[in-house]
Design a protein around this ligand. Structure first.
Ligand SMILES: *Cc1c(COP(=O)(O)O)cnc(C)c1O
Length: 217
């Protein structure tokens, strides 16, 4: 996967080390994560807090970076703030405040991304592109959070240009926020289905599950 990402990066005149491979390990057993960790994989992402906590505990002897990418219920914010390095799926002020309030002072500020609902899908979380600046402003006042960028999970499509168009929209929100003065360095976009398009459109973090670990049961 790293070699594939490297090839795609070169094809798009990008340096491969500007693209972080996040291994999405939801539903996969700890032993498989450990195999990846032993091969040098550092970044892992989980969607469900109850599933993630025992995995984080079991693998704590490895220097891993944990990313939360699932939807966030208020009563889960505390565990997320205490056990993760990143949260990609912040989409409302209330959750941002809870994450901020529960982030231990012994830990560095929690890295967060605003999730953008780029396909305007009723079933998906994320803010509309037009609402991102307002949420960024709210987050910027929360000292225990560090706003790093944007995350998106566009509607599935098999068409490269359709995929690219969604990612272009996310990139344009990213540029707008940067023009407003936010120091963002993270575009978390691209899954097993569409990471080549995401890399072509500027992704800095791709979130790959099935293409690394096989299908989920
Ligand atoms: C599950 C998931 C992924 C990984 O999807 P794959 O198709 O398995 O690569 C990426 N991002 C989010 C938000 C997910 O929930």
């Amino acid at each position: 996967m790293r070699q594939t990402i490297e090839k795609i990066a070169l094809k798009n005149q990008r340096a491969a080390d500007t693209i972080c491979l996040i291994a999405v390990s939801k539903t996969q057993p700890v032993a498989l994560l450990e195999t990846a960790a032993l091969q040098g994989q550092r970044d892992f992402a989980e969607n469900y807090i109850k599933e993630a906590l025992p995995k984080i505990e079991a693998l704590k002897k490895y220097p891993l970076i944990w990313h939360f990418i699932g939807s966030i219920q208020s009563n889960k914010a505390k565990d997320i703030a205490q056990h993760f390095d990143w949260v990609h799926s912040v989409d409302r002020e209330k959750i941002a405040k809870l994450l901020n309030d529960h982030r231990p002072t012994t830990m560095p500020p929690l890295n967060v991304c605003i999730e953008i609902n780029v396909g305007n899908e009723a079933t998906k979380s994320g803010v509309a592109p037009s609402e991102a600046a307002m949420l960024a402003e709210k987050i910027s006042h929360l000292p225990r959070l560090k706003l790093r960028g944007l995350m998106a999970l566009p509607p599935p499509s098999n068409d490269l240009n359709t995929q690219k168009n969604y990612f272009k929209q996310v990139f344009s929100v990213f540029e707008t926020l940067r023009r407003l003065g936010y120091h963002l360095d993270t575009l978390s976009m691209g899954t097993s289905q569409d990471y080549p398009a995401a890399i072509a459109e500027g992704a800095t973090h791709v979130r790959i599950g099935t293409a690394l670990f096989g299908s989920r049961s």
